[in-house]
Write a protein that binds this ligand. Structure first.
Ligand SMILES: C[S@@+](CC[C@H](N)C(=O)[O-])C[C@H]1O[C@@H](n2cnc3c(N)ncnc32)[C@H](O)[C@@H]1O
Length: 566
């Protein structure tokens, strides 16, 4: 989602009948109100523009870096691309000049968010340009777009038509009738191999923008490794969260609101793409979701169509896969699973070579306990708590993390230790516990720690202990010798804070394996750790590699390995 413009609307609204997607209000609606009440003379220049703060490592924060680079590359000054937001908000004629159809637009590059970026002639400034975001546009495409939303330094557009296709584009690969409208996937029209390369570029750019001193210093960063593919390219997501909105005032016989995922503007380039013209698309099947999650989506949609009138406001549904490995699949207890129209709990059964059966169900309650099997280990956790969403790639990730925990110059008998900061329900602590003497996991969620302890127990892992607490304060409690200890970091999207990075540096572990779902905050943290903490310069970045947890989307998980220099 774009960091929305937050216009402050003074008492006199604009009187244009054009829908104003920059503000989310419609002038038509406003006019009706005026006619119904008291006709006021519209005041000029009353609407103010106020931009929301943008976190630098969020997609729209990264866009700032991308725009700077475009200015440099095309010899433009910032003043040439600026849009006057006050004028756009207060002058209908200027607004219409901005929010227009533009033909023969060439997509120049991709943003970190997977959208195309183009340069348009500025509608007002002579010699001016506009940086234009074009979702589903690929570098080299020549397209028509409709600009519908303005920001000070860029505009957002809908893709209307593809005139010439990029070499990256193969629309025959598209596997979903909602692709091109839904905000969930960005790359279904790109060959998988090319998707992996695009993700490698995203990682390289993240280090270029957020770790510039490392990136520009000879030998300070290794080449970014190839992105590890996901064994499953579709049907991999074990969790989906469809949602719906409800209007404040609704007519008595109102119909069920759309239930699904957010729309990405109102593009027209795929005439066959379904989903209507809503902000939330009505989606009954999502091809990146697993089979049982889609069955759950089907069940919950049917129930929602019967019960929607009981809801007071919009809500988000949780759909989480739950797996049981059983010997007797006839008499298996299905817990509280999503049910079909006949009231039967939906289940998928997969016979294993061993004779056991995997029984999969879809869980909808946040607090319900679910289980997953990864690399021969069983994991339990609350359905609403964090757990990785693509099980198919986890064996490759775990093998890579394990292979990077070895302490340099270790003698065979010397004990090694592992600290797993941000450990969740113990995925890495437990799967990496075999070759180390002791594992300590730290996690802020008491619920996840409870399950990490249970998971250690059910997997017969005796050398792992878990602490509820903030990773920032972890090192006071850790007594393992730093020169024999590897630390795994797997923080949320925002990354680590300075308190944590300083303590990590003071502790001075032999190895650091930093796993991240936001490579931009990872790059920022790695740069800060090395350049700004006490022992940072003693470390080298040994490798940076992407793992494709989310095929068809722009997301990439990045693993950076830091080691004490010898
Ligand atoms: C990306 S998840 C990783 C979990 C785990 N490594 C896994 O793969 O299942 C990040 C975890 O960090 C936890 N977390 C968030 N802020 C934290 C903090 N300040 N200290 C410790 N844990 C935190 C969250 O509860 C979440 O479980």
């Amino acid at each position: 989602m774009a960091p929305a413009i937050t216009p402050e609307v003074a008492e006199s609204p604009i009187t244009s009948s054009t829908e104003n997607r920059a503000t989310g209000s419609t002038a038509t609606h406003v006019r009706e109100n005026l006619e119904n009440k008291r006709i006021k003379k519209p005041k000029i220049n009353k609407r103010k523009y106020k931009a929301k703060d943008v976190e630098p490592t969020s997609p729209f924060g990264v866009l700032e870096y991308e725009i700077k680079e475009i200015l440099h590359k095309y010899g433009l000054k910032e003043s040439q691309i600026i849009n006057n937001m006050k004028d756009i908000l207060n002058d209908e004629e200027i607004e219409t000049k901005h929010h227009r159809v533009v033909k023969d637009v060439t997509i120049l590059q991709l943003s970190s968010n997977g959208d195309g970026i183009a340069l348009l002639h500025h509608p007002i400034k002579e010699n001016g340009k506009q940086v234009c975001i074009v979702p589903f546009g690929l570098p080299g495409d020549k397209v028509s777009v409709k600009v519908y939303k303005s920001h000070p330094k860029y505009v957002e557009s809908d893709l209307l038509e593809i005139i010439d296709e990029s070499h990256l584009r193969d629309n025959s690969l598209i596997n979903c009738k909602y692709f091109g409208k839904c905000s969930g996937c960005q790359f279904q029209h790109v060959k998988y191999e090319d998707q992996l390369n695009l993700k490698k570029d995203i990682i390289r750019n993240a280090y270029r923008f957020f770790a510039p001193t490392l990136f520009n210093k000879e030998g300070a960063l290794p080449q970014i490794d190839d992105t590890e593919p996901s064994p499953l390219k579709y049907s991999y997501r074990t969790k989906l969260t469809p949602h719906f909105n409800l209007p404040m005032r609704r007519p008595e016989n109102f119909t069920a609101p759309t239930l699904g995922f957010g729309a990405k503007g109102r593009p027209k380039w795929r005439a066959e793409a379904e989903g209507g013209d809503y902000s939330i698309l009505d989606i009954e099947e999502c091809p990146i979701g697993t089979k049982i999650i889609n069955q759950g989506l089907n069940n919950e949609r049917r129930k929602f169509h019967e019960e929607y009138k009981n809801y007071k406001k919009g809500a988000t549904f949780l759909l989480r896969e739950n797996t049981k490995c059983v010997k007797d699949d006839e008499n298996v207890e299905l817990d509280d699973a999503s049910m079909d129209a006949s009231g039967n709990k939906s289940a998928e059964k997969i016979k294993l070579d061993s004779g056991d059966t995997l029984v999969k169900t879809c869980v909808t309650q946040q607090r319900q306990i679910v289980s997953e099997y990864i690399e021969g280990f069983k994991f339990q956790f609350s359905a609403g708590e964090f757990f990785q969403n693509n099980n198919s790639i986890l064996p490759a990730v775990i093998a890579y993390v394990k292979s990077n925990l070895a302490i340099p110059n270790s003698k065979p008998d010397e004990p090694n230790y592992l600290v797993d900061a941000y450990c969740g329900s113990g995925l890495f602590s437990i799967t990496c516990s075999k070759n180390v003497s002791k594992v300590i996991g730290v996690e802020v969620s008491a619920d996840s720690v409870k399950f990490a302890q249970i998971n250690a127990e059910i997997n017969n892992v005796k050398n792992a202990s878990f602490i509820v607490g903030k990773a920032e304060r972890i090192f006071g409690n850790i007594d393992t010798p730093a020169d024999r200890t590897a630390v795994i970091l797997d923080p949320p999207r925002k990354g680590c804070d300075h308190v944590f990075l300083n303590q990590l540096s003071d502790y001075n572990p032999a190895k650091i394996v930093y796993i991240s779902c936001n490579v931009h905050s990872q790059a920022r943290d790695v740069e800060w750790f090395i350049n700004r903490t006490k022992n940072g310069l003693k470390y080298e970045v040994v490798s940076v590699k992407g793992f494709d947890f989310f095929p068809q989307t722009h997301h990439v998980e990045s693993v950076a390995v830091l080691s004490l220099k010898e």
